[in-house]
Design a protein around this ligand. Sequence first.
Ligand code: FUB
Length: 304
Amino acid sequence: FSMASAQDVSQKVVNRFVATSNPIIKDKYTADPAALVKGDTLWLYAGQDLAGGQTKYIMKNWLVYSTTDMKNWTEYEVPLKITDFAWAKSGDAFAGHVTERDGKYYWYISSNWSGIGVAVSDSPTGPFKDALGKPLLTNDDCFASSHAWACIDPAVHIDDDGQAWIFWGNRECYYAKLKDNMIEIDGEIKQMKFDKLDFTEAPWVHKYKKKYYLTYATGFPEKIAYAMGDRMEGPYEYKGLLNEIAGNSNTNHQSIVEFKGKWYFIYHNGAIQTDGSSYSRSVCIDRLYFNKDGTIKRIQMTTE
Ligand code: FUB
């Protein structure tokens, strides 16, 4: 168990700010949040939207922030860039997810057409280095893939028995086990299927009171839906929507974590007044509440 906290990291701090309203980051556009809770710190990883009013993605960097109270935030120097992956360098810094095992931090990333990669660091702030020099997963690993973008949006969940699982996909949802070294797929790649899985992208798995929750973006413009199961591999039962189209953004990408006894729904919208849009998004945080039967209440998207 690593106790790395905001105080003992080596990467340079580039900014400190107080966030009392949504979007929490206002000096840059940030998208595809993925949070990691370690000890008393919540680490927030996101892609940076550089489009500035243009109507296409321009995403070259991933960013890292930390907080111990969900109000005071620290931003560190850029920990990872698309150019750190030689095989993906002309792509964009699409959604990723950072997880920790045995004191090492693994950042699973995607790029729009090159595949899913993994970078590793001894610190939650990086610097991160491409662990493989090639993709961990490509479109060829997505056997049902009928289009070029199936291989994006990785999310990893280490189960209570220590087994790590990776989920990913666009239009088709895939999953596999990871080996203990976290940088190799273990065994078969499978496709997630169930009755009402109208899956667009952005899978995320969390666990609450022994139940597994698979959340994902559905439709387009996207809303976030969720399904519940008793095992990581399902079967999952569709339970409904969690949020609506997130202000002015076609995409909607969630990260769900428990921090200091409270559950949070972290996502992005396009709400910054001047030129917030589908390509200039902003990370927001709202509370997530469970009902007594384990279902999740609709998220109230707030400006607070
Ligand atoms: O940010 C680029 C892509 O848009 C992500 O990979 C998707 O989840 C969507 O948010």
